[in-house]
Design a protein around this ligand. Structure first.
Ligand code: NAP
Length: 253
């Protein structure tokens, strides 16, 4: 344990799998009291057990982050248990790949609900909590995507929500200053998770071609730890982390 987040209380959404699980593991290893959030209670309990077995502190709070009531209950539980919240990572999200002419309004609304409205709900409660606590302030880290910069084909709902989170982070960075709330955004490229396993990748690392390299969640988690542990006056506002050979994102050859 490196203790860089010792005594800090951190909420991580989407902690049951993929990038969120990697961030929760890294925060717990850095000594944070880590609140594990997702809908799958069994996976959160399993993660809590494995973190506590290595001497870390974790609290599973099963929660649907699209539910205003669940999000309010989450922050109330964290306040009752720990008295404050220092870091909130809004990572829970879903992928969607459907051509615009085939995308139903229900499918659009599902993606907007989890990838955008849930982030708003979490940020609102985080700002309320961070504004009210003593000492005031904290950090909000939102999960964007390289799709906020360069979209994949047929991903209009996903791309639109990730662009919107970029705007939300910009706004929060400005509005949060008066309360010591610092907001940042991480834009990952291909990272091992259910996103990649659905495309046949179940292991991080090299693939069939150089372009097929898949990062581990631990790679992205290192950026989240860095963002979370900078001095409160300093913000690593935006970080794009991607496989170096991801030529579809950078370069033409
Ligand atoms: N993997 C990549 O290559 C990649 C690249 C760029 C950006 N991202 C972003 O990284 C984030 C994490 O994705 P991932 O790749 O790690 O995917 P993942 O393995 O599918 O994990 C998604 C997480 O979100 C949780 N979740 C989904 N809906 C939820 C809800 N309504 N309430 C609470 N939790 C919910 C899931 O848990 P439950 O099902 O248990 O609720 C799961 O823990 C997303 O925002 C994604 O857009 C991923």
């Amino acid at each position: 344990m490196d203790n860089s987040m010792r005594e800090r209380v951190a909420i991580v959404t989407g902690a049951s799998n993929g990038i969120g699980k990697g961030i929760a593991e890294a925060f717990a290893a850095a000594g944070a009291k880590t609140v594990l959030v997702a809908r799958s209670a069994d996976k959160l309990t399993a993660l809590q057990r494995s973190l506590e077995a290595s001497g870390a502190s974790a609290l599973p709070v099963p929660c649907d982050v699209t539910s205003e009531r669940d999000v309010a209950r989450l922050f109330a539980e964290v306040r009752d248990k720990f008295g404050r919240v220092d870091v909130v990572v809004n990572n829970a999200g879903v992928a969607s790949g459907t051509a615009i002419d085939e995308l139903t309004l229900d499918a659009w609304n599902d993606v907007v609900s989890i990838n955008l409205t849930a982030v708003f709900l979490m940020c609102r409660e985080a700002v309320k909590a961070m504004k009210a606590q003593t000492p005031q302030g904290g950090r909000i880290i939102n999960m964007g995507s390289v799709s906020a910069k360069t979209p994949r084909p047929d991903s209009i709902a996903y791309t639109a929500t990730k662009h919107a989170i970029q705007g939300m982070t910009h706004q929060l960075t400005m509005d949060g200053r008066k309360y010591g709330v610092v907001a940042s955004i991480i834009h990952p490229g291909a990272t091992l998770s259910s996103f990649t396993s659905r495309r046949g990748r179940t292991q991080a690392g090299a693939g069939a071609t150089p372009d097929d390299y898949v990062m581990s969640a631990a790679d992205v988690a290192r950026v989240a730890v860095l963002m979370a542990t900078l001095p409160p006056e300093v913000n690593l506002y935006e970080a794009t982390i991607l496989p170096n050979q991801m030529r579809s994102f950078i370069g033409r050859g």
